[in-house]
Design a protein. Sequence first.
Length: 285
Amino acid sequence: MPNSITLRKQYSTMLDLVYKKSSLTSILDGPSELIREGANANEILIPKMSMQGLANYDKSSGYVNGDVTLDYETVKCDYDRGRKFNVDAMDNIESAGVAFGRLAGEFIRTQVVPELDAWRFSKYAQISGITTAEGALNDGKAALAALRAARNAIEDAEGDVSTCYLFINPALVGMVEDLDTTASRRALEGWAGIVKVPSARFYTKVDLTANGDGGFAKNSDGKAINFMAIDRNAAIQYQKHTVPKIISPDQNQAADAYMYAYRTVGMCDAYENKVKGIYCHHVGE
């Protein structure tokens, strides 16, 4: 029979896999090997590199000395959410584990992922210095023009469209594809990937419910996003899913059930020198 420590590790790994398969924004997750644990539980250390540019070469003295600095900046995780589940006692812990696996997998897909995606999009939309545009995109021509403007803005800021993911409302993709022209096809080519985002997850600002049923909702000042281009090299995004507690029915004084506590902690932001790699187009007033 697996002990609780082994089960926690197994479930945490399983939850990570479900998250990566179902989240629309998980493609922006940074490599975990580049970050370090902070001094506090809700802090991580993000690597930031700075270097100097070219200088004149002198035939007598040769090269001008330069510095390359790799520093780690402490960043606080600003997303910390959790939920506790009770699974009725069964014949053995393995069968209870199957029940929890199904419950947790469905919970990740239907509750955690939509909220996390919505929260991330709203966070990126509110980052100071990104490029924004607004207006109604009522037909394919308007959508095509807006996408062309986004591409031009990113490239003019010396960004690379090939490392930018285009997150876009499905209806807009359909309108552009229906034009069936060379220009419309090119507008959807060259991106790192095109990700269709349901409108329920696509707002410039959302609120996270603290208690009760939990979940999220559009903020009264939030606007529907038409599309958002995000350079994966600009995004600072990390997430951790854990099952910190498993309490058996013998230890659970509240119910004859296994109690599982789930928690996910993370953050998303953008590197200050790469904010122009994010472009957000949303509806107007």
